[in-house]
Design a protein around this ligand. Structure first.
Ligand code: 5MM
Length: 346
């Protein structure tokens, strides 16, 4: 391996094998604004900046979080006191990453399905982010279950784009996070989610192989294998843990540096409990599993804190405590040490 490949592997391992997790704060402006609107928070660039500043200046965040995923607007911003967000992160030792897809768009000829865009001009954008200081990147594909979906055409188009993106990232020195998200919406059962997850991951790893992506220097960001939100049967955390890990064992090559789960709309407590069950049942941290398991949550870490902050900086300290609490719960879950009793101490 050459020096750049060895450095990429070091970065990937530093992100996932540190016993910490990732914090996704890469909501596009439209997603961030939707979340603000739900709480009656003003949807302006300065309010988005203030929220992101609150997150990255949370005291002791670096004890539980190895890297944060930023958005294009955020990576260029400065804190109120002056230092850039990137300098604030550098001071805490948290590695900055960047979302580089341009969103999931309606896929032609595939009613109800989406394909993620952003490959045109991607090499130049990645080079610029690397120069700024980013050391990893993220691209999300969205797959829907239900009414005969997903189609093979949707799976293949998204898998191909993920692999092209991942290869470009490694060319410029960024570790790619490869995120094929199977949406939780729907009435399907956990078995159907497992079947689709397996089918999608087969396609993704086939394309990653075709595009010559170095698996040791990438991180997979899947969802847990879960029943649809509207499914009457909701499995226990232990059942979710077993189904998820057995599915991943069948399709994720052992060389992959790590698996960092998205939360996908689970509550903070659900996400922590299910992660914890995986650690307990598979001794995931420092374990016999071929890859490290960790988290890369957005909503399951940010949501309670955002509601407390509510756009008002007089609530900042309490919101930071809530954010840190969720980060700590997930950190404990990686060790199998999370207990619902921790929720009383938030
Ligand atoms: C699935 O979403 C990713 C993980 O977040 P959750 O833990 O809340 O599921 C997240 O990184 C997502 O990709 C970003 O929020 C960006 O989403 P948009 O839709 O704004 O591109």
């Amino acid at each position: 391996m050459n020096a750049q490949e060895l450095e990429l592997i070091d970065t990937a391992r530093g992100l996932v094998a540190s016993g910490k997790g990732l914090l996704a704060m890469d909501e596009s402006n439209s997603t961030c604004n939707e979340e603000f609107a739900e709480l009656g928070i003003a949807q302006t660039m300065d309010v988005r900046r203030a929220w992101r500043e609150l997150i990255i200046t949370t005291p002791r965040l670096a004890e539980y979080i190895s890297g944060v995923i930023l958005y294009d607007e955020t990576i260029r911003q400065e804190s109120r006191e002056g230092p850039s967000f990137l300098n604030v992160l550098a001071d805490t030792g948290i590695t900055p990453g960047i979302k580089v897809d341009l969103g999931a768009k309606t896929q032609a000829g595939h009613p109800g399905e989406k394909v993620t865009e952003g490959l045109d001009g991607l090499r130049g954008r990645l080079q610029a982010y690397f120069q700024m200081g980013a050391r990893f990147a993220k691209w999300r594909a969205v797959i829907t279950i239900g009414n005969g979906l997903p189609s093979q055409g949707c799976i293949e188009a998204n898998a191909h784009a993920l692999a092209r993106y991942a290869a470009l990232c490694q060319e410029v020195g960024l570790v790619p996070i490869v995120e094929p998200e199977i949406l939780m919406t729907g009435e399907h059962g956990i078995e159907e989610c497992g079947k689709v997850t397996e089918q999608v991951l087969h396609a993704v790893f086939n394309q990653l192989y075709e595009q010559r992506v170095l698996l040791e220097a990438m991180i997979l960001k899947p969802g847990m294998v879960l029943p649809g939100l509207a499914c009457p049967k909701q499995e226990t955390a232990d059942q979710v843990a077993d189904t998820t890990v057995h599915c991943l064992l069948r399709v994720v090559p052992a060389a992959v540096a790590g698996v960092a789960f998205l939360s996908g709309g689970q509550t903070g407590e659900q996400a922590s409990a299910r992660l914890n069950a995986m650690a307990v049942r598979f001794n995931a941290y420092g374990s016999p599993l071929p890859w490290v398991l960790t988290f890369s949550f957005a909503r399951a870490i940010q949501r309670p804190a955002l509601a407390i902050w509510n756009g008002d900086d007089t609530n900042k300290a309490k919101a930071q405590q809530a954010l840190l609490h969720r980060a700590r719960c997930n950190w404990a879950a990686l060790r199998g040490d999370y207990d619902i009793a921790m929720e009383g101490n938030g």
